[in-house]
Design a protein around this ligand. Structure first.
Ligand code: NAD
Length: 322
């Protein structure tokens, strides 16, 4: 049973909290207060990204909490991500610097490559954040920016202590295997979609065996994809799944807590997002109790290998995970 609420990252010895607050779909109008309140409620990791379009406001929330003495800078673990249009070796640092300025911080604790997808560059002054398409187009356009060059730039950010730790997101084993052949600094973390409908046990075991920590996103499965994808709409909600409900009743917890605890049992960090005060609190309460082997076996049987955050479902022809 995991009772620690953090993992230690091997290169730096930094402690990464096992539960954090996710910033995707937090509107810029709400972000400052939402993040400030999340920190007040006890969150010590904030998971953001350039692509979420709210970094200025997320930064304000973090800085407000620091200024008011709720936390010190050292007590909050700030994660953000490099967007796909900045993989070119000449663009990684300017993109990072823009994010650091937006966040109004001197460093981030963890900087991730959001997707292993090098998209044609879009000037920061033209449109920001640019999303998947070129301005005024509805097709993705790639550019020949090799990952080893992008990673080397990430390493320089780590060497300069601007990003204390560096990592990856949405990478598969083939991509990681290649990256490990040239990385001077190994990725500290892999962030991937993970929930009982997409358990990826083999990926998890192998990545963990490489000393790379895992963070799970979209722990509630279809819940955040209802308005985005067909599978999100049609898949029965995990939060109401009978097996999850039965386990939640047994432990006198909510189904949301069971879904988060399931990752914690595998030493995987979670980053739930909610704007509901009660859920914000209950999503943190996942360390004073545990799931037993029987619960884990029952949840193992729910795997559907069903991925919701697949660029292929967003109607552009990129079967990234095939
Ligand atoms: P989530 O799984 O945290 O939440 C989904 C929905 O569930 C939200 O709309 C929320 O309102 C609701 N919810 C939250 N707590 C609940 C509870 N206890 N009971 C019932 N409903 C609850 O969704 P997510 O936003 O997909 O993922 C979390 C975070 O992961 C994001 O905010 C982002 O930081 C990160 N993320 C990263 C990537 C990536 O490509 N690296 C992709 C998606 C998300």
């Amino acid at each position: 049973m995991t009772t620690e609420n953090y993992v230690t990252l091997s290169r730096t010895g930094d402690k990464m909290p096992l539960v954090g607050f996710g910033c995707w779909k937090v509107s810029p109008q709400d972000a400052e207060n939402t993040i400030y309140n999340a920190i007040k409620a006890g969150y010590r990791l904030i998971d953001g990204a350039a692509d979420y379009g709210n970094e200025v406001e997320v930064g304000r929330g973090i800085n407000k909490a620091i200024k008011e003495g709720v936390i010190t800078r050292e007590e909050i673990f700030v994660v953000t991500k490099l967007w796909n249009t900045y993989h070119n070796k000449t663009q990684v640092r300017p993109a990072f610097e823009k994010q650091l300025k937006d966040l109004d911080l001197d460093y981030v604790d963890l900087y991730l490559i959001h997707f292993p997808v090098p998209l044609k560059h879009v000037n920061i002054n033209e449109i920001y954040p640019p999303g998947w398409y070129q301005p005024n187009k509805t097709e993705v356009e790639f550019e020949p920016s090799p990952m080893y060059e992008c990673w080397h730039e990430m390493e320089k950010l780590a060497e300069d202590k601007l990003a204390h730790n560096i990592g990856i997101s949405n990478f598969n084993v083939q991509m990681i295997l290649d990256l490990l052949t040239y990385a001077q600094i190994k990725p500290a973390v892999l962030q991937v979609e993970l929930h009982p409908y997409l358990q990826q046990s083999r990926l998890i075991a192998w990545v963990q065996s490489q000393g790379i920590h895992i963070t799970a996103y979209s722990s509630f499965g279809p819940a955040s994809f209802i308005e985005l994808t067909n599978d999100g709409k049609t898949t029965p909600p995990l939060l109401e799944n009978e097996v999850i409900k039965e386990i939640a009743d047994k432990h006198k917890k909510t189904t949301g807590q069971v879904l988060l605890r399931w990752s914690i049992e595998r030493n995987i960090a979670v980053i739930p997002k909610s704007t509901n005060q009660e859920r914000i609190k209950s999503n943190l309460d996942i360390f004073s109790w545990s799931l037993d082997d029987e619960d884990m076996k029952k949840i193992a049987s729910l795997d559907k290998r069903l991925r919701f955050n697949d660029p292929y479902s967003y109607n552009f022809n990129l079967p990234l995970f095939d």
